[in-house]
Write a protein that binds this ligand. Sequence first.
Ligand SMILES: C[S@@+](CC[C@H](N)C(=O)[O-])C[C@H]1O[C@@H](n2cnc3c(N)ncnc32)[C@H](O)[C@@H]1O
Length: 408
Amino acid sequence: MQEVYLGDCLEIMRGLKENSIDMIYLDPPFFTNKRHSLSSRDRCSHYSFNDVWDSYKIYAEYMQSRLIEAKRILKDTGTLFIHCDKSANHILRLVGEDVFGEENFLSEIIWFYKRWSNSANSLTPNHQNILFFSKTKQYKFNKIYSDYSETTNLDQILQKRSRDIHGKAIYAKDLDGNLVSSDEKKGVPLNDVWEIPFLNPKAKERIGYPTQKPILLLDRIIEISTNEGDTILDPFCGSGTTLVAAKLKGRKFVGIDISPEAIDLTKSRLESLVKTESALLNKGRLSYINADEKSLAILSGLDVLPVHRNAGIDALLRRNYLLKPVPIRVQREHETLSEAIGKLSVAALKKGAEIAFLVSTNTMQDLFDLKIENSIVKIIKSPALEINLVIEQQEQSSNNLRNGLVNV
Ligand SMILES: C[S@@+](CC[C@H](N)C(=O)[O-])C[C@H]1O[C@@H](n2cnc3c(N)ncnc32)[C@H](O)[C@@H]1O
């Protein structure tokens, strides 16, 4: 089944067969009381949808009638995910429990992302909520595992767990009292806080539909709740993200939207599938911290802001110089001064800096060979290097003195 319908999802769902869908993901209007609009990157298309309501009761009734239909067409093994944010989280949790039963509310997934925002008088909103329900207790759920956290110690990973007579978790031992190794190191079961990057403005996947969600988020929902060949429904499909994710993962899909532009967009996305991968998810957050601990320790005490995801800059001074940023880099152990200056000056010039500082850490020898008069990079010695140089000078002069005395 690969179908895309134009119309009110209430009407369209009424026409779908009961017990026919394996998973439903809904990303309905969020009760923001705004009209959401955006243009495509080439500015040729303009998309919008209405999210203005007279009262929360009208919104709750609107959602309730659609959830009742959704439940009817869901298989007994099926699950349903409602995407929302703080505007309607409380309303949808109550309405959802009313329709599916409190006992079938499984989790509230927190989709967490980093994003700049100008919420001057409040906290920056960096998450949205996904309410996870099942139709019955016999729901399909695929356990997936994530990497161990940096704080998990090796024993915890390598050794099998069991319980003592008091039910306390202990490392399992064999009859001779030796620790037993765990059979398979799968990782830790996925938890309910998911860090998945928001689509950045330059991502190829971004097509300019307001509130477009990343395919990577849908990937995870699809993986935990369905198998290949299963059928997924998105009754508020917008630009078709769920359907694209479903198609890429070999699932069948049904999409519905009330807006003709959304349906056209969905159809064209399904024809040429584009997905943006996330280096953050593939490599892990730690890979973004380019300055190693040693380098950052050298900068501690300075009024700087560590920088990630930049190959040449470790930190920015909090104050500007000539209204421009002031980048800083710490020379790495196996890096010559010229290499470090090269990396820093390229990165600093790209950021429009007028001055940048390189903290040299190991040798000043090649400094004399460098042509740095016109460079924006100023070199300062790390305290450790300064101390070593002073000690070396002292040793040299006391050697000279001793040699001189001997010569006399
Ligand atoms: C939050 S957006 C969905 C965005 C989508 N998840 C994406 O990644 O592009 C909500 C969508 O619901 C649609 N919509 C609003 N009321 C609807 C209704 N009664 N039936 C079907 N679609 C509706 C809007 O046109 C809009 O595209």
